[in-house]
Structure formats: structure tokens, C-alpha cells
Design a protein around this ligand. Structure first.
Ligand code: IVH
Length: 694
């Protein structure tokens, strides 16, 4: 960013912040959330750091100090004061717990507690006496605020026993107290956290005593007088010693019982929640839902390994413990400006508007492009070029526009163009999306080619977008089959195409011919025929394109819908696609080029006799030898049979285990042969799988 741009941006942000401060403090009608305010504020502060001479004395950043106050003495921490790794979806927390459980021999349990939104505090007690209260600071050094901490009634000056312990806790202000105190403040605070943090750092402790701060203790590092083995013991100990501990605690483990160890805890803590990992998912969701009803603010939940010896084994990364993780309710946001909206045309012709925003750092990465999905989404946001917007990473990956913070002057909403930006065809609307109806549209052609050569499809190395563009422009490359007909030697005339590059492209093309049928099938890029459906088709016995083309000609939707995982719409769309003349032509040309349009049955490759070839099997009931019953299905497939989910006129065999119900009747009705487990085992014995020689 140039100095001039920075100056303009600093002015804009300062004005925006000032206006919102006025709305918040004077009018008491804020239109920005605290988070958005903080994001704007951070951006201004960072610009001012880059261009210090542009900082004005009346800048909104001139009001607030840093965490480490120069007016208070600094002291070094004697324990590592780390922060937490975080996630924004509760599934991630449970996945984290399952992973730790998976890597551990013994059963691990996990506590879930509130992540109090206050000011981090370390209380050092020696032989039971409070000797020092220190802010988190930078983790190594903090501010000594002992005198201030001593005014907090819920912090004991002497513990019930003469233990030596460093207690970590969060100093906070209950919401109602915040409202009461803040309303009489000359310069009010944005939230209870800021008021608590500001108060703790006051130089005169009598000012601190006037604010009813309180604390929840959540960690204790004992160095003498006690030797707890688990986090719940630590929490109980802290409570016994006279500290305040939150009662909203959950304790979870894989089986929810911890080998019976839980029963005494249940009795002692009837207010806690206990359960297995499914209960943990529910607990995280419920806590999130009910947090607004709490008398204090929490910004998330913290899951921690309960067993302290396990914690030690897990250890720390440079920044945080591996034995704990924060579930944050709100993903981080940034505030930026929409500089333009590009319209992209996908391989299917679908038009996607993408906002180009001024790059903004959000949660560690920079966001510069944000998908806007479709016109409905843009209408919902009421978005136009020039608007200031809040952006986030949903689920921490895909950038999204959360809302418009300030409209540009024209007050308009952006509208999708009438024509395709690549080929000028009139766009058509299907459902929520706009489409370019021209299959020869260069943007669609390019999209299809890039899809075909891309990772996950044919994976042709060295055929990237630049090469595809050159081939499209100079050599009238139009369809995947052209890639196999082209004389790549000709590229040598062009700048940037050395011998080495050309031979790599050739090698990539040759290698792609070895891709199995299932990969070729999904690389065709037909609607609804993605990787999953291609696998389902091949694994249910459709191992050649000719079988599928025959189904398409016959319109046998039902032949596909019997496959578990394939629904009516998918079946219809796939068959329609396979009937298209242009698709047929591509298939024939690709087949002629040497691509695989047949896949050997796995059993064939391994040599098992194809005794079930041409048969269609359905499996029902439970088995002694095949649990889960998918194992039986595998055996059928390995020997050339097709497996379907329900009995129909095409079903030739029903493998019936214990308790097979309605399928038995249906099989009898359609005349399918009913095979018992015993009989099935005999059949398998006739076509054993050869032993592998490796
Ligand atoms: S555990 C090594 N538990 O959240 C232990 N932290 O980024 C790490 N916090 O700085 C902290 N409630 O100020 C823990 N129940 C809780 C917490 C909690 C709030 C704060 C704490 C810390 C930050 C983590």
C-alpha cells in the first residue's frame, strides 16, 4: 500500500470508528458488533504501525493501552502461561478428543469448561499465602497487580491449607455489574472484558476496589503440599482451598463410564454433566445455545485432557498445550471494502459472482477473494461494489461475506449481468443460479479441460492453466479427446516450451492412459457423476462403459436406484448425460486413444473364479461369519456379482441371514434364489481366492 492510500485508509477507518463510538457511547444504539469494532480497530492500529507518522493525536487508537502497562512493574512468570489452540466447530473438538483417545492405550477422559471472557490472571500462593498476582502479559512476563488483586473479594489472601500453587484463572465482571458501572462512566467501555482488564491495571487500588470484579480459577500448578492426578481433582482442590470454580463442567470419555470410576464423582458433583463422546457433542451444542442466559460472558468452551500424566505425555507446541483446545463461538472477522465483483463461468456454465476485496488478514491468512454464490445471496446481503463488509472464514476455511457494514453512496444492490462475460450468450436462470446456456462457451470449454486434467481426475501433470490456454488459443483445443490427438512437438516453436517441458507433458498424457475406468468415468465431468457415484457404479458391478451405455439407451433408472447411495435424480441425470451425442463422441475418441473403459473385477485381478458373474445379489439379516454384512457383499463382488440394496425383479439371489424380514417375501415373490449362510460358505469354498505371493 502506498503512503497516499494508507493516509486515505487511516482517515476512512478513523471516521468509521469515531462514528461507531458515537453510536455506541452517546446514542447507546450501536450498529457494529464488538467484534467488528475490534476488527476495524486492529486494522487501523496495524496501518498506524506501518506508517507511524500518519497517526494523529486524536486517533481512536490513542485511547487504549496495550496489555503490558508501563506504569506497573513487570515480573517474570514461573510457570509457562500459554494460550490455547482453537477451533470454531464443535465437531472439531470431538474429533480432537477421539484422536487423543485413539493414540492412547488407556482410556482418556475430557473435561469441558467455560472459556470465560475476562482478563487472564496468575495467582502465586506460597505455603498458602497469596504472594503475587500477575497478568498474563506476553506469557513470559506480566504486570504485577498484586495490590489490585487483593481487593477482589473472591480471591483468598490465605488458602485453607498451606500449599504452594500457581493458580490460573480469569478475572471478570458480571454482566449486570458491567451495565450498572458503565452507565455512569465518562468514557464507557465496549464490553465487560475491557472494563475488567482496564480496572485490573489501574494504578490506585482503591479505584479497583470500587469495581466488583470476581474470578473463576481453572488451572492449578502445585509445587508443594498436594499432588493431584487429574484435572477434576485440581478443580476440587482449588475449591476446597477457597477459590471460586465454575460449576458448569462436563466430563466425557469414549464409553462415558471410565471403567466405573465416575460413580463417586457423579455423587460428589450432581451439577456436572457426564457422558460419552456423543453426549460431548450435545453438551457443546447446548452450552453454546444457552450461553446468553449466563450472568457473565463466555466466548467459548475449553476441552481439556483430565488425566495429568496423559497431559505430560502429550506436551506442548511452542504456543499451546496439546492437551487442551478452545471451542470459540465466533470465527474471527475482518472488515474490508468490496473493490469489484467478478463473474466466473464454471465448466457446467454456472455463473458465480466473486467479490474482490481489499486484502485483509483474518485469523492468520489473507482474504482477497470471496465467493458470493448467487444473486439471492447478494440480495440477502444487499451488497454493492464499494461497500464495507465483514468477512470471515466459515468453518475456518472458506472466506464468506458476513454482512455489509456500510453501504457505498449509491445505495444500490449489485445485479448479475444479462449476458455471459465470456461468450455474450444470454444467461438463463435455473433455481437460484444463473447459467450460460452455450456449451461451446470458451469459459466452459476451458473449465471442462481443466477439470479433466486436474488432480482427483486424470491428474495429468504439467498441463496447467497456462498450457491449456495456449493450446486453446493456438491449436483449437476444444475437448479432452483433443489432448490425446495433439502433436506436442509443435509446441517447441512457442516461447516457454522447452524440450524438457514438452516431454513432461507427453509423459503425463501417456501416464493418464493407465488411470482405471472409475477415474476416467468421473473425469468425463457429467452432472451427478462425481467420484462417489463412479465408485458406486463400478463397485456394484458396472465395470465397463458399454454396460452403462446400454443402461442409458434402455433408460433403466431402476437398475441404478437399487444401488445404495444412488437416488432417483442422480440415476436419471447420469443416464441422460450418457445419452448425449457429444458425450458419446468423446467416449469413443477417448477409447480409441487408449483410455480404460473397462475395469477388471478386483477378484479377477487377484484370480478368484467369477462364479457370480451376471448375478444380482441382495443381502439381508445378520451373519455369524460376516459382520458387518458388507463383508459378505465384498465376497459376492470379488467373484463378479452385483450387489443391490433392495430386492427387485432383477435380483437373482438373496443371501439371507438371521432375522431377514420383508426381503425374504419379496425374493420369494420375484423368484430369486434364497441362499443361507451355510450354503453361501460352500459356494465360496468352490471359488477360493488364491493366496497372494508377496
Ligand atoms: S486453560 C495452559 N481454561 O483463554 C492452559 N483458559 O487462549 C491454558 N480462559 O489465556 C488456559 N477460560 O485467559 C483455560 N477455563 C479456561 C479458560 C481459559 C478462559 C482464557 C485464558 C487464556 C485464554 C486461552
Amino acid at each position: 500500500m502506498t503512503r497516499k492510500e494508507a493516509a486515505r485508509e487511516i482517515k476512512r477507518l478513523s471516521e468509521l470508528l469515531r462514528r461507531h463510538e458515537h453510536e455506541y457511547y452517546v446514542l447507546a444504539a450501536p450498529t457494529l458488533s464488538d467484534r467488528e469494532y475490534d476488527a476495524l480497530y486492529d486494522q487501523l492500529a496495524s496501518l498506524e504501525r506501518d506508517f507511524p507518522d500518519l497517526r494523529t493525536p486524536d486517533s481512536p487508537t490513542a485511547r487504549v493501552g496495550s496489555d503490558l502497562s508501563s506504569e506497573l512493574p513487570e515480573v517474570e512468570h514461573t510457570i509457562p502461561v500459554l494460550s490455547l489452540d482453537k477451533a470454531y466447530a464443535h465437531e472439531e473438538i470431538v474429533a480432537w478428543a477421539r484422536k487423543i483417545q485413539g493414540s492412547s492405550g488407556a482410556e482418556v477422559s475430557f473435561t469441558v469448561e467455560e472459556k470465560i471472557d475476562g482478563s487472564s490472571m496468575v495467582l502465586y500462593y506460597e505455603k498458602g499465602v497469596l504472594v503475587r498476582g500477575v497478568t498474563r502479559g506476553n506469557g513470559l512476563k506480566g504486570n504485577d497487580v498484586t495490590a489490585n488483586v487483593k481487593t477482589i473479594r473472591t480471591i483468598p489472601l490465605r488458602l485453607a491449607r498451606a500449599v504452594s500453587v500457581a493458580v490460573r484463572g480469569e478475572v471478570f465482571l458480571p454482566i449486570d455489574e458491567f451495565a450498572r458501572i458503565n452507565s455512569s462512566m465518562e468514557i464507557p467501555y465496549a464490553n465487560p472484558r475491557n472494563l475488567a482488564a482496564g480496572t485490573l491495571r489501574r494504578v490506585r487500588s482503591s479505584d479497583v476496589a470500587a469495581v466488583p470484579l470476581t474470578i473463576f480459577a481453572y488451572e492449578g500448578f502445585f509445587t508443594g503440599g498436594a499432588d493431584p492426578k487429574s484435572h477434576v481433582e485440581v478443580l476440587s482442590l482449588l475449591e476446597e482451598l477457597g477459590l471460586r470454580v465454575s460449576t458448569r463442567i462436563g466430563l466425557f470419555s469414549a464409553d462415558g463410564e471410565l471403567g466405573g470410576k465416575l460413580s463417586s464423582l457423579r455423587e460428589r458433583h450432581p451439577e456436572w454433566t457426564f457422558g460419552d463422546f456423543d453426549a460431548m457433542v450435545r453438551y457443546l451444542g447446548a452450552q453454546r445455545e444457552t450461553r446468553r442466559a449466563l450472568p457473565y460472558e463466555i466466548d467459548g468452551l475449553v476441552a481439556k485432557v483430565n488425566e495429568l500424566d496423559r497431559r505430560e505425555l502429550l506436551g506442548y507446541t511452542g504456543h499451546h498445550p496439546r492437551w487442551a483446545i478452545a471451542y470459540k463461538f465466533e470465527a474471527p472477522e475482518g472488515v474490508t471494502v468490496v473493490q469489484g465483483i467478478d463473474v466466473q463461468v464454471g465448466r457446467t456454465g454456472r455463473i458465480t459472482p466473486v467479490a474482490r476485496v481489499r486484502p485483509v488478514a483474518v485469523g492468520g491468512t489473507t482474504i482477497s477473494n470471496v465467493t458470493l454464490h448467487n444473486q439471492d445471496y447478494i440480495n440477502m446481503l444487499d451488497l454493492a461494489i464499494g461497500d464495507s463488509v465483514a468477512v470471515s472464514r466459515r468453518g475456518d476455511v472458506i472466506p464468506a461475506v458476513e454482512r455489509v457494514i456500510e453501504k457505498n453512496d449509491t445505495n444500490s444492490t449489485w445485479r448479475m449481468p444479462d449476458r455471459c462475460p465470456a461468450c455474450e450468450s444470454g444467461l438463463v436462470v435455473v433455481g437460484a443460479h444463473h447459467f450460460c446456456p452455450n456449451r461451446d462457451c470458451p469459459a466452459q470449454v476451458r473449465g471442462r479441460l481443466l477439470f479433466f486434467v486436474g488432480r482427483g481426475q486424470m491428474d495429468i501433470e504439467n498441463l496447467g492453466p497456462e498450457t491449456i490456454d495456449v493450446l486453446m488459443e493456438r491449436e483449437s483445443l476444444r475437448a479432452p479427446a483433443d489432448l490425446y490427438a495433439f502433436d506436442y512437438g509443435k509446441l517447441a516453436e512457442l516461447p516457454g516450451f522447452g524440450e524438457k517441458k514438452i516431454s513432461l507433458i507427453r509423459a503425463g498424457i501417456e501416464k493418464s492412459k493407465a488411470q482405471p475406468f472409475r477415474v476416467v468415468l468421473q473425469s468425463l465431468g457429467l452432472a451427478e457423476l462425481g467420484q462417489k457415484v463412479a465408485e458406486l457404479l463400478v463397485d456394484s458391478g458396472y465395470r465397463s462403459i458399454d454396460e452403462l451405455l446400454a443402461l442409458a439407451d434402455a433408460g433403466s433408472v431402476e437398475a441404478l436406484t437399487v444401488i445404495p447411495g444412488i437416488g432417483e435424480k442422480t440415476a436419471q441425470t447420469v443416464l441422460e448425460g450418457l445419452r448425449r451425442p457429444d458425450v458419446r463422441e468423446q467416449i469413443e475418441r477417448l477409447r480409441a486413444a487408449g483410455l480404460s473403459f473397462v475395469e477388471e473385477a478386483r477378484g479377477e485381478a487377484a484370480g478368484a473364479e467369477q462364479i457370480f458373474k451376471g448375478q444380482t445379489w441382495c443381502v439381508t439379516g445378520s451373519f455369524e461369519r460376516f459382520t458387518p454384512r458388507e463383508l459378505a457383499m465384498e465376497e459376492v463382488k470379488r467373484r463378479g456379482g452385483k450387489v443391490v440394496a433392495s430386492v427387485s425383479g432383477k435380483t437373482t439371489h438373496l443371501l439371507a441371514g438371521e432375522g431377514g424380514g420383508s426381503k425374504l417375501e419379496k425374493a420369494r415373490a420375484v423368484g430369486a434364489r434364497i441362499v443361507s449362510e451355510e450354503e453361501f460358505l460352500l459356494m465360496l469354498a468352490r471359488a477360493p481366492e488364491p493366496k497372494r505371493e508377496d
